[in-house]
Design a binder for this molecule. Structure first.
Ligand code: SF4
Ligand code: SF4
Length: 116
């Protein structure tokens, strides 16, 4: 048996088994139904935001309360799960200041646009 494939299979089976447990179902449900937002100052349309965001992590690193997550490691776009870990609107919005590309921009205020 190929070693890599073996570990891959075991990993998938473990995740599968976990998702079938009560706690796994609850966590999956919570994640799927969470209110998800872009950080403050995000471009007003999703397309405009995604065109500019490079997934550099700067907004995430700048947030003093660590509410910004780079959720999808492939797409690398930042999100906030507002029900679990809301933005506290800290002074100076360092997340916006840190963004080097304009994906987050003060011109758009601190409104947090929801995202699927
Ligand atoms: S405004 Fe402050 S608390 Fe809110 S996401 Fe930006 S850095 Fe984090
Ligand atoms: S700092 Fe700007 S470009 Fe970098 S991940 Fe955050 S929104 Fe995207």
């Amino acid at each position: 048996v190929d070693r890599k494939q073996f570990f891959k299979d075991v990993f998938c089976l473990t995740i599968d088994a976990f998702e079938k447990t009560k706690i796994g179902q609850t966590l999956t449900h919570t994640v799927e139904n969470s209110l998800k937002h872009r950080p403050p100052g995000a471009q007003q349309t999703e397309n405009a935001f995604l065109e500019l965001c490079t997934g550099c992590d700067a907004c995430m690193s700048a947030c003093p309360v660590n509410v910004i997550l780079i959720e999808d490691l492939e797409k690398r776009d930042p999100v906030i799960y507002s029900e679990e870990d809301p933005c506290i609107h800290c002074p100076g919005t360092p997340c916006i200041s840190a963004c080097p590309t304009g994906a987050l921009d003060r011109r758009f205020g601190t409104y947090q646009r929801s995202v699927k």
